[in-house]
Design a protein around this ligand. Sequence first.
Ligand code: NAG
Length: 352
Amino acid sequence: MEGYFAVEAKPRSWKKGLAIFGALAIIGTIAALAAFSAQKQVPLALAQIELEEGEFKSFMAFYNKQYSTEEEYQRRFRIFRDNAAYARVFNTLGETYLLGINEFSDLTAKEFSDRVSRPFDHSKVTKNVKWIESLSIPSSIDWTQQGAVTPVLNQGQCGSCWSFSAAGAIEGIWKISRGILIAVSEQQLIDCSTLYGNKGCEGGTVNYAFEYVIKNGGITSSSNYPYIGKQGTCKNYLASQKFVAISSYANVPANNVDQLYKAVAQQPVSVAVDAGQAFWQSYKSGIVSSGCGTQLDHSVLIVGYNQTNWQPYWKVKNSWGAFWGEAGYIRIAVVNGKGACGIQMMPSYPIF
Ligand SMILES: *[C@@H]1O[C@H](CO)[C@@H](O)[C@H](O)[C@H]1NC(C)=O
């Protein structure tokens, strides 16, 4: 488990991290090339594998990966090579986004989707629907630039995306209303909102988390009730030390781009997406507009949008660590109807 919480446990600048990773990869490449030219009798295919193994070893060191047996090491190396090769080929296709190596590069597509994908409860979508009547909104907004978004975290091997999405939305509206940014406790939501319909690490729904926080009269901070990435019993003595509160929540009218723009202009908004497609595993940068279904299985947080960009997009905060995607974020194209990856199907936000 250590490696999965590295981002939280020992915060280090992701830029520095990337620089180290890059340097390791370059050193590995040069070393392998030197070995290749020094002994020209090595067949090309073997030299290629050496190169890739250098890359794999840099990856293992960077993400603190350990494999218990030689067999497991070889299996993970093969999967890593396949993923790296897929990303290299994909990146030559001239798509609007790029793939790359990250923490998930030693997982098969199936292992990855088993880890991140959880069943969803849509039953609360038609309740509490609120239309926003505001006449004008900015052409772009980024709540991270307004100091209303806490650092990206890593949910690890727990299906708790819903708690990160809900926590992020609560943090946003508290900052916007009260002027203070406080990281609130995902672990409290995981341990304590079971009676409201959530299932801890087996999945949950943002609106149930909001309902719990409303009934509880607030939520404590994440430093008071820290994330451990597995469900435990509710620690009532911590859950009762409330730092942040909300009064109610609202659903954005489903499949309505205009209403979602207005909601995001107001505050960060929780959304559900279909993260079942392979690109989610290896997404590195750019704007995703296609290749995505509408089988909602993952919760994230929209923290901004940009209508003036050549391709308008939603800026989305994920909970897979700051080394995934664009420093932990993904940009998803704004398209009508259900939206790319179903992002317009189930948006909701807490009300201060
Ligand atoms: C929106 O996109 C335009 C054009 O790419 C860019 O100049 C602007 O800085 C972006 N706005 C935000 C808030 O990111």
